[in-house]
Design a protein. Structure first.
Length: 258
């Protein structure tokens, strides 16, 4: 299995579109003097630097498991801001942080009730949790990826692995979860982002930078190229052939304070 299939250049092809939810999430955060912040899934670090500066934080640490993405973060380091390679699953709940922030990362992890308990334990008294997660799993771009993975010869090469169809809970389930975790106030919403892409073909390029990395990491290069070809053919016939192509993308945004 390939250790790191993330490609900063591929992911960054839609930098403007991918950054919109970050700004919406940041707008929910209540700045306070001297905040200690952690950004889970910081990627290449540009948005973490913006988070650090906008909050005038005393300390911000960006964590990511991708060596390729983090290689770009060195240029973003600043006074009080640093980056570390670490899996979110190893993030300790030590009550240190005034803000646990995560933009488009937690949907990769299972068992969100347990995950959110651990993130809550990482907050100091009065701390805030701010999370944005893609919730577009019913779109053909995601469904076709799973369908192709079940076809031969991909099924055998993947060991019958298929990316989970619905790792993210419904918004109301997060609201209940936050209430049970003892948060004093919360904001949870499902937001639909509309992206005008040049053509439907660009949806393939979008997904190549995210979801399809799970298959690229598990398949030999030649077989992944075959998978991608099959995915493209299956997907495009399900998308309207318009220029521009209006790509709708659902996301869950949530904020809560202890």
């Amino acid at each position: 299995m390939k250790q790191d299939a993330w490609d900063p250049a591929q992911y960054g092809r839609f930098r403007h579109e991918r950054s919109r939810p970050f700004h919406d999430l940041l707008a929910l955060v209540q700045p306070r003097p001297g905040m200690r912040v952690v950004d889970l899934g910081c990627g290449t670090g540009e948005l973490t630097r913006l988070l650090h500066e906008r909050l005038a934080a005393a300390e911000t640490i960006g964590l990511d498991s991708s060596e390729a993405m983090l290689a770009r973060s060195a240029a973003c380091a600043a006074d009080g801001l640093r980056f570390e390679r670490r899996d979110i699953r190893d993030f300790p709940g030590d009550g240190h942080y005034d803000l646990v922030f995560s933009n488009a990362a937690l949907h990769w992890l299972p068992d969100h009730p347990a995950l959110f308990r651990r993130l809550t334990a990482a907050l100091a008294n009065g701390g805030q949790l701010a999370v944005q997660m893609p919730a577009n799993f019913d779109h053909p771009s995601h469904r076709v990826a799973a369908e192709v993975a079940t076809e031969s010869p991909f099924r055998e090469a993947l060991g019958e692995y298929v990316h989970p169809a619905r790792p993210v809970l419904a918004p109301e389930e997060y609201a209940v979860l936050l209430e049970r975790l003892g948060y004093a106030a919360q904001h949870v919403r499902l937001q639909v982002y509309g992206h005008r892409l040049a053509a439907r073909d660009e949806v393939v390029e979008w997904v190549r930078g995210t979801l399809l990395t799970t298959y690229e990491a598990r398949l030999p290069a030649a077989l992944y190229a075959h998978y991608l070809e099959r995915y493209r053919a299956r997907l495009l016939c399900q998308l309207e052939d318009t220029r521009p192509y209006f790509f709708t993308f659902n996301r869950v945004l949530l904020w809560a304070t202890r």
